[in-house]
Design a protein around this ligand. Structure first.
Ligand code: ADP
Ligand code: MG
Length: 240
């Protein structure tokens, strides 16, 4: 079995707060309309689509920050569709997420070292300081950056800290949501190169969300195009 993720007929709806409740129950608005796809171990899957097409919502379902309203999400052969927080806890280490805006996802009052160490301590890892140093090495930041604060870093360096925090957990899967969108072109190229190297060297599986097809093309072997919560195209990047 070479699929890390197997997703079948995935549906997600949110309560529609803009409309009047009917008999006290708010109507729901459908965001994802039955998506089926798989993510193979070791691949880089690009998820592309316009604003509001459901990319971030889909990403949050894959790492189970959201619970689907229908369908099935299998991770490494295990059905995680409706798992509760207790059952998810041991899995949380195995799928990591890197967010769009590192300035808001990194605690400004903690040093880079403490930021990377936080999840490691939470999950009971040993040798935490050594793991922090190793993660900094992996993303090409000097170890001395461990004592810096996020505001003392450039945008590209902050994004590297977000990547370091994720890979320090030795995950199998990383979801990156628009992580180069706020960077200038040369920092974008560097972060993309870093991700490609890490996927290869650490044997990661990566889902890379972007609204920018040219970014996706450079990194991803396969791409999935979302439009209004549906998969409208699904193919190898070379064929595009
Ligand atoms: P993308 O990342 O592709 O821009 P999103 O997944 O963020 O798209 O959003 C898809 C749709 O879902 C949008 O119409 C958005 O307004 C809606 N949406 C996202 N999160 C929520 C939420 N928590 N409650 C209600 N609607 C939401
Ligand atoms: Mg988004």
């Amino acid at each position: 079995m070479d699929d890390l993720y197997l997703v079948r007929d995935l549906k997600l709806s949110f309560p529609d707060l803009a409309h009047k409740p009917l008999f006290g129950i708010p109507p729901r608005i459908d965001i994802l309309h039955g998506l089926s796809f798989s993510i193979r171990r070791g691949e880089v899957l690009g998820i592309v689509g316009g604003s509001g097409s459901g990319k971030s919502t889909l990403g949050r379902v894959l790492v189970r920050l959201l619970e689907p309203s229908g369908g099935e999400v299998m991770f490494d052969g295990q059905d995680i569709t409706h798992l509760g927080e207790d059952a998810l806890r041991p899995l949380r280490r195995r799928f990591q997420m890197i967010f769009q805006d590192p300035m808001s996802s990194l605690n400004p009052r903690r040093t880079v070292g403490a930021i990377i160490a936080g999840p490691l301590q939470l999950h009971g890892f040993d040798h935490v300081p050594a793991r922090v140093d190793q993660a900094l090495d992996h993303v090409g930041l000097p170890r001395a950056f461990g004592s810096r604060y996020p505001h003392e870093l450039s945008g590209g360096q902050r994004q590297r800290v977000g990547i370091a925090r994720a890979i320090a957990m030795q995950p199998e899967f990383i979801l990156a949501d628009e992580i180069v969108s706020g960077l200038d072109v040369s920092s974008q190229a560097q972060v993309l190169k870093l991700l490609a190297d890490l996927v290869r060297d650490l044997g990661l599986t990566l889902a890379f969300i972007s609204h920018d097809l040219s970014v996706i093309r450079r990194l991803c072997g396969r791409i999935m195009v979302l439009h209004q919560g549906r998969i409208v195209e699904h193919r190898a990047t070379d064929a595009l």
